[in-house]
Write a protein that binds this ligand. Structure first.
Ligand code: PEP
Ligand code: MN
Length: 355
């Protein structure tokens, strides 16, 4: 199914890259919400986020103030002129947000992984035209992410955008949620007109990672950023380690380099020609390698040998990885390339053997 989309078309927001959405992980008190919002507005932020209902992995954590916090967001709107957005996970959340005049809704990662919940939200939104931002599901499943967008689109919502917030993994490494950039990149390829917003706060899980992740998102052509910002981050009731003050946010945004997405300068087209030549040479070399491989297949057939010669394979992979590294390429990359080449070689030899 193709998505039938319209530009987000947010009043007063110039959709030049990047659109910035900022605010605390959670609305904690009216005072915290107002202080943070006024400081952000004074620094030019036009869209305010704050979680009212907080989905928590385990019970017992702060689960949000709930409906009580909605009038605070209304106050932010009235007193700062910012648009406001919060997370919805149920029909009841949606109804309350619509009644409170929330401008934009987002669907969290735990909810977008659940088709029943997404459908319930979509059904409740039928007949409205509110922008909805859909976070990627916690698991790296592009189809599930697109499915959530399709459910909303099927209910007539056309002002949609996707938020990339990284993917859970059992092993915790540098990031709280693995970025797996290839997934949002593939989403862009599949649905080019869908705006992509990056959430470096939830990907990184720590303050220091917000600047480099935001820059990476800009370099990959993302349209916007959603960043958690709190007037006193260390005292935050949720996600304290990843929140930054409005002051630090402004500093990070000032340093962002937003590259020109347009193509076609002289030097760029020259460089692209060189890339085309490299690719042609690669294809020729690969085809020559396959020819030799088929000859080896003939030899193995005549001498009744098996196709897979384990030691030879291990030796090729180890040597090529080392050679590649000396030429400035990662071992993982070299391994992937040579495993793929080897697989095709085996397929070609099987054909020879079965002739
Ligand atoms: C959030 O934005 O505060 C949040 C709960 O995010 P996610 O759904 O990405 O975990
Ligand atoms: Mn959060």
């Amino acid at each position: 199914m193709e998505l039938d989309l319209q530009p987000l078309n947010l009043p007063g927001i110039d959709m030049k890259r990047p659109v910035v959405i900022a605010g605390p992980c959670s609305a904690e008190t009216e005072e915290q919400v107002m202080r943070t919002a006024c400081d952000l507005a004074a620094r030019g932020i036009r869209i305010f986020r704050a979680g009212v209902w907080k989905p928590r992995t385990k019970p017992g954590g702060f689960e949000g103030k709930g409906s009580e916090a909605l009038p605070w967001l209304k106050r932010v709107k009235e007193e700062t002129g910012m648009l406001v957005t919060t997370e919805v996970a149920t029909a009841k959340h949606v109804e309350e947000c619509l009644a409170a005049g929330i401008d934009i809704l987002w669907i969290g990662a735990r909810t977008s992984a659940n088709p029943f919940a997404v459908q319930e939200i979509a059904d409740t939104l039928k007949g409205t035209d509110i922008p909805v931002l859909v976070k990627n599901p916690v698991n790296p499943d592009l189809e599930l992410w697109i499915g959530a967008l399709e459910r909303l689109n099927g209910a007539g919502l056309r002002r949609l955008a996707a938020i990339h917030r990284g993917f859970s993994s059992y092993e915790k490494k540098l990031y709280r949620n693995q970025p797996q950039w290839q997934i949002p990149i593939e989403l862009r390829r599949r649905v080019p007109e869908l705006p992509l917003i990056c959430d470096p706060s939830h990907i990184g899980g720590k303050r220091e990672l917000i600047a480099p992740l935001s820059q990476q998102a800009m370099d990959l052509g993302f349209d916007g950023l959603i960043i958690e910002s709190h007037c006193t981050p260390d005292a935050a009731w949720s996600d304290a380690a990843q929140q930054i003050t409005p002051d630090v946010l402004e500093y990070i945004l000032d340093l962002l380099v937003v590259r020109d997405m347009s193509q076609g300068t002289e030097s760029l087209s020259q460089l692209r020609k060189e890339i085309d030549e490299c690719d042609n040479a690669l294809i020729e070399t690969l085809s020559k390698r396959m020819r030799v491989s088929r000859e080896i297949g003939e030899f193995k057939k005549e001498h009744n040998m098996t196709i897979l010669q384990r030691e030879r394979y291990d030796e090729i992979i180890a040597k090529r990885c080392a050679q590649g590294m000396q030429c400035g390429m990662g071992t993982d990359f070299m391994r992937k390339i040579f495993e793929a080449i080897h697989e095709e070689s085996v397929n070609q030899q099987m054909e020879v053997l079965n002739k």
